[in-house]
Ligand binder design. Structure first.
Ligand code: GLU
Length: 418
């Protein structure tokens, strides 16, 4: 799939879900393209004295409901179209989570694992300088995404504060707690998804100890979901990263697999080696795609045997795969709902920064749980009511909220009626 298809495919969902919403056609056509997308080229002095120029983007997709919101990704496959698709998903996600943000996203074409720490700092600061005119606490608020972390957020916040001439913690979320980050932001994406699985388990009267889980992608979201699920008694039987995987039908010792991965950068532990592709086809109850877009495609969707898919990654199912899977008895909790815990705690962080509060971990967890449970229930109920899948229901709810904001300043009917 070419990068261009990622965006074209992403916005196709507008048409499939708009008919289940009350959104005016003007909202739907406004959402067919981003409000703005800035491309920047960042010269960075490398440790060997040479200069390298990196390309990056910051896209503000829509800001009718509030400032743009969405992470910054450092990855070799970043492209303008990918950033636009991710910014579109953020727009829907913030509306589904019902937090007062629009959607945005940023990215730099780079493999950060090939940079020294000092080069990474110079690139992060250079990128923030380049986008500083279009981001800000009231315009567009970045956060971490694939291969970016709290330290990178700290460098960017510091750089923006120098440019603004005042300390500006609310310009970016996912910061270290010592610099205005929120407690509970680090595992918020995984925890948000975990609370939703718990909600589904309640609705279905299932028992966690009878449920097996396979996790595709072992970065922040994948690892922390594995930890929460195994602590709650689910049987985590398989995990994989971009290189290899581990499978143990009796359940992996998740804590030691996480330790090994973080200490040695390699996946190892009490399981047999398995490829990422084979992991997707395991006969498990819950499959958790937690890596990148387009993991499950038309070619491998037929292998999936799970009863539930929870999309912790953004866009892990292509449209073709999703169409085929939604015709089977598989419940897919879509990315715009499943991984909205991350941006929800980002919203808590932004709120605390602006109000000068520091909430406790219990306060963050209670508020996150309340939000995840209620948004999951609303999507679930609409899906039941209209006999549609959860993705279509989530988009319909998001579109209704976006439409309310767009329509508040008038539609064609309003102006025709002079
Ligand atoms: N990158 C995360 C996402 O895709 C978090 C965004 C945020 O916190 O703004 O949802």
């Amino acid at each position: 799939m070419s990068a261009n298809d990622v965006f074209t495919n992403a916005i196709k969902r507008l048409d499939t879900s708009a008919k289940f919403s009350n959104a005016h056609a003007e909202t739907v056509s406004r959402l067919r393209q981003p409000k703005q997308c800035l491309e920047v080229h960042i010269p960075v002095r490398m440790d060997d004295g040479s200069e390298q120029v990196f390309t990056g983007y910051r896209c503000l997709y829509d800001d009718a409901r509030g400032p743009g919101k969405g992470g910054i990704r450092f990855h070799p496959d970043v492209s303008r179209e990918e950033v636009m698709a991710l910014a579109f998903w953020m727009t829907i996600k913030c509306a589904v989570a019902n937090i007062p943000f629009g959607g945005g996203k940023g990215g730099v074409i780079v493999d950060p694992r090939k940079l020294s720490k000092a080069e990474l700092e110079r690139l992060s600061r250079g990128f923030m300088r380049a986008i500083s005119g279009v981001v800000g606490p009231e315009t567009d608020v970045p956060a971490p995404d694939v291969y970016t972390n709290a330290t990178i957020m700290a460098w960017m916040m510091d750089e923006y504060s120098v440019i603004a001439g005042k300390r500006s913690p609310a310009v970016i979320t996912g910061k270290p707690v010592a610099l205005g980050g929120s407690v509970g932001r680090d595992d918020a994406t995984a925890r948000g998804g975990f609370y939703q699985i718990q909600e589904l388990v309640k609705i279905k009267h299932w028992k966690p100890s009878n449920l097996s889980v396979a996790i595709h992608g072992f970065g922040n979201a994948g690892q922390l979901f594995a930890k929460l699920a195994s602590e709650a008694g689910y049987n985590v039987v398989a995990v994989c990263d971009s290189r290899t995987g581990l499978h143990n039908p009796d359940g992996l010792d998740v804590a030691s697999v996480i330790d090994a991965k973080n200490n040695t950068r390699k996946l190892s532990g009490d399981g047999k080696e398995i490829s990422g592709e084979d992991l997707l086809g395991l006969d498990v109850d819950i499959l958790v795609p937690a890596s990148l877009e387009n993991t499950i495609t038309a070619d491998n969707q037929a292998d999936v045997k799970a009863r539930v898919i929870i999309e912790l990654a953004n866009g892990p199912l292509t449209n073709d795969a999703d169409d085929a899977i939604s015709k089977r008895e598989i419940i897919t909790i879509p990315d715009v709902l499943a991984n909205s815990g991350g941006v929800t705690v980002s919203y808590f962080e932004w709120t605390q920064n602006r109000a000068g509060y520091a909430w406790t971990l219990d306060q963050v967890h209670d508020r996150l749980q309340a939000k995840m449970s209620s948004e999951f229930r609303s999507v679930w109920e609409l899906a039941q009511d209209k006999s549609i899948d959860l993705r279509t229901a989530a988009y319909a709810i998001g579109l209704n909220r976006l439409a309310e904001a767009h329509e508040a300043t008038g539609t064609s009917e309003f102006f025709a009626n002079k």
